[in-house]
Design a protein around this ligand. Structure first.
Ligand code: SME
Length: 160
């Protein structure tokens, strides 16, 4: 049994330290990328409050394909450049979107989503996946969340 429990009310910096420790411990030495993404999606959903979707899209044959996640069933394939995930994958840059309705081309997989954070996972200079977090609250994510998820992406670079 694995037990990684977020501490209620802890500061965001401490929360990300614990989240990254959990992700590191769960993926250390495990070569199966699907298993690692599945456990990390579970950790994201467990540690981060106020989310309605947390998971992965993987770069497969030049488009994004749904990977392990926690949340409602989502769109399966996203072309590069489409929506928030497609923008992150095309540009290789984090997308911090306080209001998804104001983002041109946003793909509404879950009508409850109001804000979104998408971070590319890079390996050898190429985008291999994106980490996607959705929240039902507007402006749920800030620069500290972006930095925390970017640190997670670099841990996962050689583990997914
Ligand atoms: N909203 C995303 C699509 C993926 S779902 O949120 C899970 C987007 O615009 O890329």
């Amino acid at each position: 049994m694995y037990s990684f429990d977020p501490v209620p009310g802890q500061a965001k910096a401490d929360l990300y330290r614990d989240l990254l420790d959990a992700a590191r411990a769960l993926t250390e030495g495990e070569p199966d990328g699907v298993a690692n993404m599945a456990n990390v999606a579970a950790v994201l959903a467990q540690f981060l409050p106020d989310l309605n979707w947390a998971g992965f899209y993987r770069m497969v044959g030049g488009e994004l394909v749904l990977g392990p996640f926690v949340g409602k069933p989502a769109c399966i394939r996203i072309p590069l450049g489409k929506g928030v995930c497609g923008a992150a994958a095309l540009h290789g840059e984090t997308q911090l979107v306080p209001d998804v309705h104001a983002f041109p081309g946003h793909i509404a997989c879950d009508a409850a989503s109001r804000s979104e954070l998408v971070v590319p996972v890079m390996c050898d200079g190429a985008v291999i996946a994106v980490i996607d977090l959705d929240s039902p609250s507007p402006a749920r994510f800030d620069a500290e969340d972006a930095a925390g998820i970017e640190a997670l992406a670099s841990i996962l670079s050689a583990r997914i």
